[in-house]
Design a protein around this ligand. Structure first.
Ligand code: LLP
Length: 451
């Protein structure tokens, strides 16, 4: 089971074009991930299979580290985007911080960082609108960097638990800056009408009340306006509002040392799969400059950013095999063995994902619907997509599935979850693919049930 499929030819992402937006390229007629044949991976590990490039993840994360290198800053990868232990370990080794939203994600960070990168726990920020007591306790005991608190009631709970455990809790109030960001409504969070954070106008009074609590340390202010936001303007606008609040808080005597700008930087899902134009490095630099300007007046402040999608999405693809091609009236359906339970983004957000045949198409293109076998019409990967003809038994790759793919997967229709493979081309002598999560079995899937 644990064989390594080695790269046959070519160089890794770092040595290739530094702005290559994705790790998937044709070598001859076969699609590869950093030189490793997807056909071979499918034969070895079966489908549906998530395939990730370690080099692309390192490269993407490195863009943020480099862009913020000139100032005091920590890049806290948003674990929810892709929480596979092997990927978290890879990031912990790079010195990543982590943005978590549950006790479960905290446990993942703990396991992934292990003894060797234990310091990673001290770089954890804990976000989320409904933290429970056990989660707060676990985070206090782990000595995380910062609680991003979303309500005054949560602040009360945090104070009580900190007192009970005898540790001071550093917190940042997550404020809602009332900034509009162009994205899907389900993943927009920074408007007054959303459930997240507290109204920025009420923040000063809440900090004032918190200052009387011995076990609370008002260490920062945080903000997060949403996800898949392509323009940097809204991030800057939100941070400017936060900067204004920080000045007021400091004048009230609070020692604000941290400003958490959240995550949300978007990618180009529509970018051409074969000739990508998306300039990831340029985008991250633009983002860092915009945030830097907005925070410029604040003097000594430690900036936190929480990218998730930008690091992981384009580093991964969902490899799936065509089960059957069928025609219904004027429509052609390509039914594959992956489904909405493996990648729910198209169903949930009408998201666009490019799809490539694993053997470069020779036949004429046709308009097809690429769909899964689940019993819902919402189970689709593409509607009316022009792509080269594929036949039953052939493989296709759904691109940009590295973020919010596996982490949002489920067992709907009693389907076992996919396996995951990490292609690591870091060392030239040891380039290959490694299974990082084996396919779930039906026995495991039902293990918790009581008959
Ligand atoms: N920080 C906080 C507090 C968040 O809520 C999120 C994402 C992030 C950081 C990371 O955002 P990113 O850099 O990945 O955009 N499932 C949706 C996205 C949900 C985002 C939820 N929060 C999708 O597939 O588009």
């Amino acid at each position: 089971m644990n064989v390594r499929i080695r790269r046959t030819t070519g160089k890794g992402a770092a040595a290739r074009d530094a702005v290559a937006a994705r790790p998937f390229h044709y070598r001859g007629r076969g699609l590869c991930c950093d030189g490793v044949s997807l056909e071979e991976l499918a034969t070895e590990y079966g489908t549906p299979l998530y395939v990730y490039s370690a080099e692309q993840i390192r490269y993407r994360f490195g863009l943020f580290q480099a862009a913020f290198a000139g100032r005091e800053a920590t890049v806290c990868y948003a674990v929810k985007a892709n929480s596979s232990l092997a990927i978290l370990r890879l990031l912990a080794e790079l010195g990543a911080g982590f943005d978590i939203v549950s006790g479960g994600e905290l446990e993942r960070v703990r396991r992934a960082s292990g003894q060797k990168n234990k310091a990673a726990l001290g770089r954890v920020v804990f976000s989320g609108a409904g933290k429970q007591e056990w989660e707060i306790d676990a985070a206090l005991k782990a000595g995380i960097l910062l609680f991003n608190v979303e309500s005054e009631a949560e602040l009360e709970l945090l104070a009580a638990r900190a007192e009970a455990l005898g540790v001071r809790a550093r917190f940042a109030l997550r404020v809602n800056p009332d900034v509009f960001a162009e994205t899907h409504p389900y993943i927009s969070t920074g408007l007054g009408s959303h459930k997240f954070g507290v109204e920025i106008g009420n923040a000063r009074a809440i900090y004032g009340r918190a200052a009387r609590r011995k076990w609370l340390d008002a260490a920062g202010v945080s903000v997060h306006i949403g996800s898949q936001i392509r323009a940097v303007g809204p991030f800057a606008k939100a941070l400017e509002r936060v900067a204004g609040l920080v000045e007021e808080l400091r004048s009230d005597g609070h020692e604000i040392r941290y400003v958490d700008a959240g995550g949300g930087l978007g990618i180009d899902y529509n970018d051409s799969p074969t000739e990508p134009k998306f300039d990831a490095a340029g985008k991250v630099r633009e983002y860092a400059v915009a945030l830097g300007k907005a925070a410029a007046g604040l003097g000594a402040v430690h900036l936190l950013v929480e990218p998730g999608r930008f690091v992981a999405a384009q580093a991964g693809g969902l490899l799936t095999r065509v089960v059957v091609v069928k025609k219904n009236g004027a429509k052609t359906f390509v039914i594959v063995d992956a489904a909405m339970n493996d990648l729910i983004r198209p169903a949930l957000y009408q998201a666009h994902h490019e799809i490539l045949p694993v053997v470069k198409g020779r036949g004429a293109s046709a308009k097809v619907d690429v769909v899964g076998p689940v019993c819902e019409s919402g189970d689709f990967f593409a509607h009316d997509r022009k792509m080269p003809r594929v036949k039953a038994g052939e493989l296709v790759l759904v691109l940009d599935a590295g973020a919010y793919g596996m982490s949002e997967s489920s067992n709907y229709n009693t389907r076992a979850r996919a396996a995951e493979v990490l292609v690591d081309g870091a060392g030239d002598g040891d380039a290959g693919a490694r299974l990082i999560r084996r396919r779930e079995t039906l026995r495991e899937l039902m293990a918790a049930e009581i008959l």
